[in-house]
Design a protein around this ligand. Structure first.
Ligand code: ADP
Length: 261
């Protein structure tokens, strides 16, 4: 679907990129990066003609290199732009390609934003229908400046159904609304765990919290991703579930999210 980004005067589009979709969360560890990767792959799986890129804006803890099984330094083009690293047909850019993964970076506020600016704009993205951005967790200055600097077609907010995560997810939704970024909807992650032996289902973090929050906020619930060993294992192996087990119910859950954005 085509979303109209209501551009602010300060916002400058990214060359070659049609729509920017940000994947955000209030809290860390709720599955934001895993969702961003599988959403990007899901967009392609649903329509092979669509071109999708992936930007890791989580400069504090970049996980795209591992999730997409990529490492190395981007080459420079003759226009002095960085060439994204590509796997599974998706050009990716991450701070993780530019620094040693063991070296801790002490970030100052302004440095973070200028790093993200470089990752967004000094990259030869080619022509993309979608650029999926894995945002840093939370609702601080960095998230705000991203939303103020680029026109964003919409935000997808990931949360577990646990109260403490929902509270922060709501804050995230409110932040996007304040800056006129359409909230495309919420993704509920890790709601149900099915025991592989006895098939009993357990709602470890609660059952329907995200659905209720979505109703409360008047936005869509885009999908419901189970807590599943296959998702964790394929993520750790850098073989995201949408490409490594495309016909599994877990992959279908992500593809459903992709078809809803
Ligand atoms: P965030 O980006 O919000 O910090 P991640 O996507 O890195 O979260 O996920 C945190 C951890 O949880 C990772 O180890 C990931 O593999 C795992 N994980 C995320 N979603 C699921 C899921 N639905 N089932 C199983 N493990 C998951």
């Amino acid at each position: 679907k085509q979303h109209m980004a209501r551009g602010l005067p300060k916002q400058k589009p990214i060359a070659g990129v049609e729509q920017v979709i940000v994947v955000a969360s209030g809290k860390g560890g709720v599955g934001k990066s895993t969702t961003a990767v599988n959403l990007a792959l899901g967009l392609m799986a649903n329509d092979p003609h669509v071109t999708v890129g992936l930007l890791d804006a989580d400069v504090y803890g970049p996980s795209i290199p591992k999730l997409m099984n990529l490492k190395g330094n981007p080459e420079l083009t003759d226009k002095n732009l960085m060439r994204p690293l590509v796997n599974f047909g998706i050009p990716c850019m991450s701070m993780g390609f530019l620094v040693e993964d063991v070296a801790p970076i002490v970030w100052r506020g302004l440095m973070v934003m200028s790093a993200i600016e470089k990752l967004l704009r000094q990259v030869d993205w080619g022509l993309l229908d979608y650029l999926v951005v894995d945002m840093p967790p939370g609702t601080g200055d960095v998230q705000l400046s991203i939303t103020q600097n680029i026109p964003i077609a919409g935000a997808v907010i990931v949360s577990t159904p646990q109260d403490i995560a929902l509270l922060d997810a709501r804050r995230g939704a409110e932040m996007f609304r304040k800056v006129n970024v359409p909230v495309l909807g919420l993704v509920q992650n890790m709601s149900v765990f099915q025991c592989p032996n006895c098939h009993h289902q357990t709602h470890i973090f609660g059952a329907d919290g995200v659905r209720e929050l979505a109703r409360n906020l008047g936005v869509e619930m885009l999908g419901d991703i189970p807590l599943h060993l296959n998702i964790r294992e394929t993520s750790d192996q850098g073989q995201p579930v949408v490409v490594s087990s495309p016909d599994s119910p877990e992959a279908e859950a992500y593809k459903k999210v992709a078809s809803a954005v």
